[in-house]
Every structure is written in structure tokens, then in C-alpha cells.
Design a protein around this ligand. Structure first.
Ligand code: PLP
Length: 317
């Protein structure tokens, strides 16, 4: 594939840098969930690691280049926890900037690592602005999720773990936020398993990247409203969109009620506690069962960090 920032050799090499604790996550057929959804469903479980999300794959790569240095990132929570975790392991001084409205569970985990956390008013985009300013003032590395190719390459290693387990005609459902995971996993699938359909899923309440993919140009939004905080952004990055246009077969939007229903199904039928962003794939099947009927669908359960009070409300207990 040409004209993309992603490269299969670099993604393969990434596996040797990432702590094995993040690699080869469970991938299993979940028949009870499949019965409920009317298709064969496999779950790629990215919550069974020390930071309960796939983001550690990318932060391992980033921090391997920064030994004993410093870094600043903006985060909805999971990147910050992962960067703090990887940074601590390598003596990197990490500062995370997050929205005051981010889930307390994520913010508490970041603090518990001893990572410096600065909170800002406003949404994730406000955190992004502040992180740029801080990194410039301090003269340290700004880690920009999805723009920094290492974050995409780290996520792409998930794709390497899928290719032997999928067949032509299968669909892989990928939560879409900034696009690191969708571009990375999508790249590997298009290179090594081109008959597999790559479908990105975003909440209708935070649709900027999906609208951009559909219009083939960056489309921003003024506001967003979704419980899927991990994928909620308003300003897609042009370079990431270019990569996404090469690998995504479709980008779909799902309603909040479907995300909640997806969370419940994952709990009831798979015994998996997912955060809302990780239920987007199940939500997509719920909204369009005919499209997936009788097929094999892989959904990446990409994070499991939610405030427990909110989770109990969504899960109905
Ligand atoms: C749980 C979860 N799912 C999905 C995403 C979105 O991933 P990306 O920004 O790579 O598109 C994130 C981003 O932090 C996340 O934490």
C-alpha cells in the first residue's frame, strides 16, 4: 500500500518493543453473544492488561524512544493511564492533561500511578490545546494520539493477531475515535487479509471522523454528546483521515441506546465489563442485524474503564 504512514515491517517490529503483557490478548468465539446477535461473534479482549485498554500497545512504542525523558499528552483517560504506565517503567516523566468531565475512574488510575495530571474545563479538545501549550513551554515531547504514528503502529499489532483467525467475508468492527486503532488494524487487515470487511463504528453523538470519512475531507463539529468518552472528539486529523480512507470499507454511526444495549449484552453473554467505546461494535450489529446475519464478526473490546455508578446504571443493576 502506498501513500500511507503505516508500514507492515514497522508494525511487525513493534511487537518486539511492546511489553508482552499487552500482546496476544484473548481472541475467542462467543456463542451466547452470537446467538443474541444472529451471527458468529468473536471477541478480541483488550481489557485484560494492566491499563484495561489497547492503548498500552502504542504507549510502549512511544516511551521506548523517550528513556528518562519527558512527555505531555492530552487524553480522554485511557491514553493517559497507558502513557503513565509505560512511562513509569522507562523513567519517563509524564504529564497528562484531561477534561475535568472525564470519568473519575480513569483520572484516579492516572493519579494512582504518580503521573502528573492537569485538569481543564471543557472537553477533550480543550485538553488538547492545553497539552500543546505545556509541551511547548517545557520543550518536551507532545504525544498526540493517532497523529503520532507509533500510537497507530501499536494498535496495529492487534491486526497481526487477527489475520490468521479471519476469513474472506468476515467483518472486523473497530471503534473509531482519533483513528489510531482503525487505521492501524485496518492497514494490517487490508495488507494480509484483504477479503475481510473493515467497519469503523462511532457514536452518532460524536460523529466527526465518520462524517470526514464519508465526505473525504476533514469535517469538524461544534459539540458532542455521547457516553462513549474514549472516542469523543470534534477535530479529526487530516493525516489520519488520509490513512483511514485507504483501509476502511465503511464507517457507521450508532445511537446511545444501542451502545447501552451493547454494554449489557457483553456483560450478560460474554461476562465482560466494557466501557461504552468498547461496545460500539456490538451496537453496530444490533442496529443492522441483516448486514451481519450468518457472518463471522470480530469485535475489538478495546477498553473496560468506566465509572462504576454509571456502569451499574447502564447495565441495569
Ligand atoms: C476504549 C477506547 N476505545 C476506542 C478508542 C478510540 O481509539 P482511536 O483514538 O485509536 O480511534 C479509545 C481512545 O482512547 C479508547 O480508549
Amino acid at each position: 500500500m502506498t501513500g500511507t504512514r503505516l508500514d507492515l515491517d514497522r508494525i511487525r517490529a513493534a511487537r518486539h518493543v511492546i511489553d508482552p503483557v499487552f500482546l496476544d490478548s484473548p481472541l475467542f468465539r462467543c456463542d451466547p453473544l452470537g446467538h443474541r446477535l444472529g451471527c458468529a461473534v468473536s471477541i478480541k479482549l483488550e481489557t485484560a492488561n494492566p491499563v484495561r485498554s489497547f492503548k498500552g500497545r502504542g504507549t510502549e512504542l512511544v516511551t521506548s524512544q523517550l528513556r528518562d525523558g519527558a512527555a505531555v499528552c492530552a487524553s480522554a483517560g485511557n491514553l493517559g493511564w497507558a502513557l503513565g504506565w509505560s512511562g513509569r517503567r522507562r523513567g519517563v516523566d509524564v504529564t497528562v492533561v484531561a477534561s475535568r468531565r472525564a470519568p473519575a475512574a480513569k483520572l484516579d488510575r492516572i493519579r494512582a500511578l504518580g503521573t502528573t495530571l492537569e485538569l481543564v474545563d471543557g472537553d477533550f479538545e480543550a485538553a488538547r490545546e492545553r497539552a500543546v501549550e505545556l509541551a511547548r513551554q517545557r520543550g518536551v515531547r507532545l504525544v498526540e494520539d493517532s497523529l503520532d504514528v507509533e500510537t497507530c503502529e501499536g494498535a496495529a499489532t492487534i491486526g497481526l493477531e487477527l489475520v490468521d483467525r479471519v476469513s474472506p467475508g468476515d467483518a472486523v468492527l473497530i471503534a473509531l475515535g482519533g483513528g489510531a486503532m482503525a487505521t492501524g488494524v485496518g492497514h494490517v487487515l487490508k495488507e494480509l487479509a484483504p477479503g475481510v470487511e473493515v467497519i469503523c463504528v462511532q457514536p452518532a453523538g460524536a460523529p466527526a471522523m465518520t462524517l470526514s470519512w464519508r465526505e473525504r475531507r476533514v469535517v469538524t463539529t461544534d459539540s458532542m454528546a455521547t457516553i462513549a468518552d474514549g472516542v469523543a472528539g470534534r477535530f479529526p486529523i487530516a493525516a489520519v483521515l488520509d490513512d483511514l480512507l485507504q483501509v476502511a470499507d465503511d464507517a457507521v454511526l450508532v445511537e446511545e441506546a444501542s451502545i447501552v444495549a451493547g454494554l449489557r449484552l457483553l456483560l450478560e453473554e460474554a461476562g465482560v465489563v466494557a466501557e461504552p467505546s468498547a461496545a460500539l461494535g456490538v451496537a453496530a450489529v444490533l442496529e443492522d442485524p441483516g448486514r451481519f446475519a450468518g457472518r463471522h464478526v470480530v469485535t475489538i473490546v478495546c477498553g473496560g474503564n468506566a465509572d462504576m455508578d454509571a456502569y451499574r446504571r447502564w447495565a441495569g443493576f
